[in-house]
Design a protein around this ligand. Structure first.
Ligand code: ATP
Ligand code: MG
Length: 362
């Protein structure tokens, strides 16, 4: 097999995950045909209510050994609360991947597309095009702490934030490297060192230290409160925004919300060294409210395919997928685009139109 053969675990999951995944796979095949790489896809029924009903677990016990052998994981959506409680399905699948495969970067593009109605008034496509880089393994989301004096007037709860030099530096390095590959060459750090007086000043120190190794990168920082406001007021200021786990969690939902429907937003959970596979999935969940109707927007899944190909070194194919869905959305044919984009199209119809556009670029 050539070194341009990619072994990819395909896990549709539940709900609209099973509807948008075939369109993600269709886009991958189209890109493979045009750009001459090979796909070795391994479809798995894990992280689904079916798997839970059959086995009482979300994934087989040896899931990590099975997946260590793949180049990437292409994921749909997990969650079917009528059958499995959400905390069980999440902890039994996606959160395991992040921890065990040390996917310490969560990456989300924020890009205004022509033809998408955005809540940001008066913004042109091209003005809003940045990434949120979230630290995905430590920080505020530690389970260290506890309750004291339970059931009394003195009831007290404590939960620690844990930040390590290694943990901060590695996500900063990813953000600075990403900024170096982009024309604006700018990193914005989310902080709150005026209120969180121990961990956040340390985060700021590490940002300052890292910036010394990247003299051509412009660095600025904002407190998280005003940064959130500026996502809405001045989204054109940003290029690569890097944040701790909690701040990044908030910003990485706010960013995609600012540019339109959740149905188009992609995300990547990345282990940058490639010691373990990285995972690519749409931002949206299984959306039980619209599942089974064939109307879910497949672009979040398809854009995630582009992020995956970029990560695997197929930058041209990744760019071609992005150009394809941007062109189809910009054309705005209401028979093709899905209801969340103001059309009457179907998941498969929109997916086919995008695959066609990959095969026949404008
Ligand atoms: P999670 O718990 O993972 O956040 P969820 O099922 O609670 O998942 P989402 O799936 O994110 O929530 O859906 C939130 C809303 O957005 C739903 O009303 C859903 O209909 C809509 N939505 C989500 N994904 C899409 C999509 N691909 N196309 C159209 N609408 C979508
Ligand atoms: Mg939900």
């Amino acid at each position: 097999m050539s070194d341009r053969t990619y072994r990819i675990a395909v896990i549709p999951g539940d709900g609209i995950g099973t509807e948008v995944m075939p369109e993600g796979v269709r886009a991958l095949h189209a890109a493979a045909d045009v750009y001459g790489f090979e796909l070795d896809l391994i479809e798995l029924d894990w992280a689904s209510a079916e798997h839970w009903k059959a086995h009482g677990t979300m994934m087989p016990e040896d899931w990590a050994e099975q997946l260590e052998a793949v180049d990437a994981i292409f994921f749909g959506a997990v969650g079917w609360p009528d059958v499995v409680p959400d905390h069980v399905s999440l902890w039994g699948s996606i959160l395991q991947f992040r921890r065990v495969f040390d996917q310490y970067v969560n990456l989300r593009p924020v890009k205004l597309l022509k033809g998408v109605r955005s809540p940001l008034a008066g913004r042109e496509p091209g003005e809003v095009d940045f990434y949120v880089v979230r630290e995905n393994t430590e920080g505020e989301y530690s389970s260290v702490g506890g309750r004291m004096f339970e059931g009394t007037e003195r009831e007290t709860v404590i939960q620690e934030t844990i930040m390590t030099r290694t943990g901060i530096d590695r996500v900063l390095r990813y953000a600075f490297d990403l900024a170096e590959r982009r024309p604006a060459k700018k990193v914005t750090s989310a902080t709150k060192s005026n209120g969180i007086a121990i961990t956040m000043p340390y985060w700021d120190e590490r940002v300052a230290a890292m910036s010394e190794s990247y003299p051509d990168i412009d660095v600025d920082q904002f407190h998280i409160d005003i940064l959130a406001a500026n996502f809405v007021l001045h989204p054109d200021w940003f290029d690569v925004v890097v944040a701790s786990n909690l701040f990044g969690d908030i910003l990485s939902d706010l960013g995609p919300a600012c540019v339109g429907t959740i149905g188009i937003a992609p995300s990547a959970n990345i282990n940058p060294e490639g010691t373990h596979p990285s995972l690519f999935e749409p931002v949206h969940g299984s959306a039980p409210d619209i599942a089974g109707q064939g109307i879910a927007n497949p672009i979040g899944q398809i854009w995630s395919a582009a992020l995956m190909l970029d990560h695997l070194g197929e930058a041209e194919a990744a760019a071609a997928i992005e150009e394809a869905f941007e062109a189809v959305v910009a054309a705005g044919d209401t028979r093709i685009v899905t209801p969340d984009l103001g059309g009457a199209g179907t998941t498969a119809g929109l997916g086919r139109a995008i695959a066609d556009a990959i095969n026949h670029p404008a």
